[in-house]
Design a protein around this ligand. Structure first.
Ligand SMILES: *Cc1c(COP(=O)(O)O)cnc(C)c1O
Length: 496
């Protein structure tokens, strides 16, 4: 059966999976969603015996039905290879009563690698299948981790170029260094004077600009997106929840059919939406806990029925979650509105005009599997210190938000139900915040001293991604106002 995708804002806009991957965002500003959520076609028992590659194929073939078996297996094989520093790809570590699903063993040591190592393969395959002859220009807004992971994925991939916009003062020192040292002739990295929402809104505007699209087409280019609005990112993220279930079956922590809960440190709502899709595939997931930092729009949303972005944007120690407009929530809203594009489009219009919307009681009732919690900067730091002192395991700041939310709000309620915490970044990526949380004495050290110290206290090897940037030269130093985004894109592409 061929699974088709539809825009969340216009039911008439129907495309195949590979077309959805190629386009990223729909022309009407909506997000592509599958017309039905497919079911796992293996019994859950079978998951215990599957490798990451096998699990990936089992899940992805159900969503990307117009890719051949050979194409999909090729994409999976190329993506999840020695770029990952462990053959398990995603190890599960038990600490202090929870299971940390380590999604950060890829090239840039953040969970974005899980999807962005495969997206370039899915996309170039899609281009071939759809006879797209224009060069693909990946346009990305990043709160820090997507940018580097996308750059690493697309650097020097033939037929593609990549432009990354990041908030100049809104990413960690390591994140910025990782991006501005990126090699590859087809790469471009630009700092924006503004926050992540400014960058994301700017990128969305470029995507929906029809005049610009015509100009690009004339010059032999077309835009696509590596942000989590692309279905080609969402689908690979479903895989690791299914894989986690298999690992817990294998280690005897779960029996087939037992429930597991998940806690996800959330920003753009992509990661937790993938868990929701996994649940809809028939994976026995109970609760989906959305953990926020002080930008707790989603916490407030799940507690009330109002999504309200009208508030101060707070820079926290978990920058990849500093987001007030969680793009992927739209896919949930659409579903909860009964796959009604019109209803969804009206809510999204309200959001862009007034900064908020209210869902109906009926929609609210259908979201009962979700719950939220949040952690302040102080609570996040205390959680890193608490878990380290108790177990020796070192959490990054994002994972610590989720860990705090689990232990503070839900551990008692969940009792014996195994809980998987999506562990979204290596502590090395946020070494300063992590080390200062563990001991104030570290505040005087420079970034690389901290990294060596983290290595000493955790016993975890310094990842290649960190070693690489120690002495790497800065190759990108452009900083612009958000009004200049279009001009910068044209300049990089040589369009006048
Ligand atoms: C992107 C990111 C998140 C947020 O994930 P979403 O899918 O945007 O909700 C959390 N933690 C880290 C480290 C990230 O890079």
């Amino acid at each position: 059966m061929n699974l088709m995708y539809r825009s969340t804002r216009n039911a008439e806009n129907r495309v195949t999976a590979s077309q959805a991957v190629l386009k990223g965002l729909a022309e009407d500003g909506g997000l592509y969603v599958p017309e039905q959520l497919p079911k796992l076609d293996v019994p859950v028992e079978a998951l215990a015996g599957m490798s990451y590659h096998e699990t990936a194929y089992t899940v992805m073939k159900q969503f990307l039905t117009d890719y051949t078996e050979e194409e999909l297996k090729y994409c999976i094989r190329c993506a999840y290879d020695s770029k990952f520093d462990t053959e398990e790809i995603v190890p599960v570590k038990k600490a202090d009563g929870a299971f940390y699903l380590e999604l950060f063993h890829g090239a840039t040591i953040a969970f974005k690698d899980m999807a962005l190592s495969i997206l370039p393969y899915l996309m170039t395959t899609a281009a071939r299948k759809n006879h797209e002859t224009n060069e693909i220009v990946i346009l990305t807004a990043t709160s820090g981790d997507t940018g580097k992971a996308a750059l690493a994925g697309f650097a020097d991939v033939p037929g593609t170029r990549i432009i990354v916009f990041y908030p100049k003062d809104g990413v960690s020192a390591v994140q910025e260094k990782q991006m501005v040292t990126q090699k590859g002739k087809n790469t471009c990295v630009i700092g924006i004077r503004g926050n992540f929402d400014d960058a994301q809104t700017g990128v969305k505007k470029l995507f929906s600009d029809k005049e610009l699209a015509r100009e690009l087409n004339g010059a032999g280019f077309c835009f696509s997106s590596a942000n989590s609005i692309n279905i080609g990112r969402l689908v690979p993220q479903i895989v690791y929840y299914v894989y986690a279930y298999g690992r817990l079956l294998k280690s005897g922590e779960l029996k087939p059919g037992d429930t597991m809960n998940v806690v996800v440190p959330t920003g753009n709502f992509g990661n937790i939406l993938a868990a929701f899709y996994a649940k809809n595939m028939g994976l026995p997931i109970g609760k989906l806990i959305c953990a926020s930092n002080e930008n707790k729009v989603l916490f407030d949303f799940f507690r009330t029925d109002v999504y309200d972005r009208n508030r101060e944007f707070i820079l926290t120690t978990s920058p990849s979650m500093d987001i007030l407009i969680s793009s992927n929530l739209e896919r949930l809203i659409y579903r909860m509105a009964g796959d009604d594009a019109q209803k969804n489009a009206a809510l999204m219009k309200e959001l862009s005009e007034t900064g908020k919307y209210t869902v109906t009681d009926e929609m609210k009732a259908s979201m009962q599997d979700f719950a939220g919690g949040f952690a302040t900067r102080k609570q996040t730091a205390e959680e890193i210190s608490r878990v380290y002192k108790k177990t020796g395991y070192v959490l990054d700041t994002h994972t610590a938000v989720a860990s705090y939310v689990y232990h503070t709000y839900f551990a008692e309620e969940f009792g014996d139900i195994p809980t998987v915490i999506a562990s979204t970044a290596s502590p090395y990526k946020f070494a300063r915040s992590v080390m200062e949380a563990i001991d104030e004495k570290y505040s005087g050290m420079d970034d690389f001293e901290l990294i060596d110290e983290l290595n000493r206290i955790s016993g975890v090897k310094v990842p290649k991604a960190i070693e690489e940037i120690r002495n790497a030269p800065v190759l990108h130093d452009k900083v612009i106002d958000r009004e200049q985004m279009e001009a910068s894109v044209k300049e990089f592409l040589g369009i006048e």
